[in-house]
Design a protein around this ligand. Structure first.
Ligand code: MN
Length: 183
């Protein structure tokens, strides 16, 4: 198990939460991304990118947007195991992150720059193309200078639009369920 998951593991009680413990080998050829809608104390969307064997993660408070003029605040959170990309259900209320989780969008992604994802992550500017069901096309994740806060911004391309994708497509791409469907 990679050390990267230490923080993830230390925050959770796996006797109580059905969240994955991690440790399995990777299956897909191309790297994946997932966006999980998480109805915790504050509703947010967890944006996760497969980088170096784990899911690098950000909590996007207002959720992703297809509109390039929206700059969505993305707070970095602990790396999650790859298996987390398929997790949905209810985390018990008194546990870390208690609340309902659905897989709001998922798919593969590709880099739009020569440099490695590790390098982009380190330099604070990630440029990728998402191939999800709802999120498609170029996206930039950029770290604000001097802060541990990032912005998630849609690039201006053919997939950019003003559609309110969060409200128009609230359902899970895995099960079709909405967060409200879980107790
Ligand atoms: Mn979350």
């Amino acid at each position: 198990m990679p050390d990267k998951l230490e923080k993830y593991l230390s925050k959770r009680n796996f006797d109580r939460s059905k969240e994955p413990k991690g440790g399995s080998k990777k299956k897909s050829l191309r790297p994946i991304f997932v966006v999980q809608k998480h109805n915790a104390r504050n509703l947010h969307y967890d944006f996760r990118l497969e980088i170096d064997g784990v899911l690098a993660s950000w909590a996007v408070l207002k959720g992703p947007s297809l509109n390039p003029s929206d700059k969505r605040l993305a707070m970095p959170t602990e790396d999650h195991p790859l298996e987390y990309a398929e997790f949905e259900g209810t985390i018990p209320e008194d546990e870390y992150g208690g609340g309902q989780v659905i897989v709001w969008d998922a798919g593969e992604y590709r880099r739009l720059k020569e440099e490695s994802m590790e390098k982009m992550l380190g330099s604070g500017k990630i440029e990728i193309e998402l191939m999800g069901e709802k999120l498609k096309g170029g996206f930039t994740l950029i770290r604000m200078s001097g802060r541990d806060q990032w912005l998630l911004i849609k690039m201006k391309d053919e997939q950019a639009s003003e559609e309110d994708i969060l409200n128009n497509r609230p359902e899970s791409v895995l099960s079709g369920k909405k967060v409200e469907d879980f107790e």
